[in-house]
Design a protein around this ligand. Structure first.
Ligand code: SER
Length: 375
């Protein structure tokens, strides 16, 4: 009862419940697909890539644009496709530097009609769906995670299928679980995650692939490692420590870590992550042997990261105050991902290893002088 009540509250707050259930859905299928009853084969889906060549530049919408990755992705895409062709959206109010750097719209992924309006009015052709609650945030509010990560996905899949969009939705190392191979986790293996975040992302992978086979939706998905960014903060992830350690090291010379010293996880610098995202969206459909790919760059534990920071800041001190919920999540995730298919199919290659990552992050947070001295 309590959960249903909370969910209803969240759904109302987020503007859900506006889907015209009776008119739009028959036998559980979107109406527009009933007329074209035969399922498209995977080869049929390639027409989407053919239609985006030459001067016909993508018109891009990014949902959840004020999270860790949206603004960086918008910057990258605007350089490529032009400022006005990339719309950032969120339900939060943008800071000045975001608002004045290009188009920004209010968009709640639980409001299906509004999503359709935005896609139609702006002639959107590519959609990057970044709205989601991460692992720790999801465990703290399962009804909200279920609403945003699952109901929001349904809306986005339907809009993308209806308007023939190319759709990117990130998945994660969190889509693996304690019974998955850990070192490395291959693209295809047992996936029985124990977080609502992980469960919703396995569902995302499966639903995206289902819509691809069933409706020819041009769905593309990467399993992101923990992403380390300098000028944007993650919110509620298990790998967040690897972002926070850098400003803390610079400001106070100390960091209290909420994972064990030995908790080894796959990680990636944001620049590599965003480039991979654009590369997989750019890849010719015929080069993709799968719709969901692992991508990998480096793996480290808090202890190994601290050792690397110490090379630059010899007085740096790390201490441990382990959060059992986060540690249990970390223990259920792989230590590294096998990304050989991404490397083979569309030429994925990371640039940043641990030493470059640490130098870049410390420099960003203002330690130029001290890093230069340490070298
Ligand atoms: N960074 C995410 C998390 O920790 C993993 O995808 O939840």
């Amino acid at each position: 009862m309590q959960i249903i009540g909370m969910l209803r509250h969240v759904a109302m707050a987020c503007g859900a419940g506006q889907r015209p259930l009776c008119s739009r859905w028959t036998s559980g299928l979107p109406v527009r697909f009933l007329g074209t009853s035969s399922p498209q084969s995977p080869a049929d889906a390639s027409f989407h890539s053919a239609s985006f060549s030459g001067a016909d530049r993508p018109q891009v919408l990014i949902t959840g644009g004020l999270g860790q990755l949206g603004v960086g992705l918008a910057n990258l895409l605007r350089k490529r496709f032009g400022k006005d062709n990339v719309i950032l959206s969120d339900i939060r109010k943008p800071p000045d530097h975001v608002f004045y750097s290009g188009p920004f719209l209010y968009a709640d992924v639980l409001d299906y009609k509004r999503l359709r309006e935005i896609v139609v009015n702006n002639r959107i052709t590519w959609l990057f769906h970044y709205s989601a609650l991460l692992s720790a945030a999801g465990e703290a509010n399962v009804p909200l995670a279920r609403a945003v990560n699952v109901t929001g996905l349904h809306n986005v899949l339907d809009v993308a299928a209806e308007y023939h969009l190319r759709l990117f939705v990130p998945s994660t190392i969190g889509a693996f679980g304690p019974t998955s191979p850990r070192n490395p986790a291959p693209d295809l293996c047992t996936q029985r995650p124990r977080t609502i975040y992980g469960v919703s992302k396995v569902y995302t992978e499966l639903m995206g692939e289902y819509y691809y086979h069933r409706y020819g939706l041009d769905f593309r998905c990467l399993r992101y490692p923990g992403i380390i960014s300098a000028d944007s903060q993650p919110g509620g992830g298990t790998t967040d420590y690897a972002v926070q350690i850098f400003p803390d090291a610079i400001r106070s010379g100390k960091f209290e870590c909420n994972l064990k010293a030995s908790a080894r996880l796959p990680m990636m610098y944001v620049q590599d992550c965003l480039r991979a995202t654009l590369e997989v969206m750019d890849a010719p459909a015929e080069s993709l042997s799968m719709r969901t790919y692992n991508i990998n760059a480096m793996s480290f534990s808090p202890e190994e990261l601290a050792q690397e920071v110490l090379k630059h800041l010899p007085e740096f001190q790390i201490s441990y105050n382990v959060d059992p919920v986060l540690q249990a999540i970390a223990d259920s995730w792989p230590m590294t991902l096998d990304d050989s298919s991404a490397r083979k199919d569309w030429g994925w290659k990371h640039d940043f290893d641990l030493p470059e990552l640490v130098t870049t992050m410390l420099n960003f947070h203002g330690s130029d002088t001290r890093v230069a001295q340490a070298n």
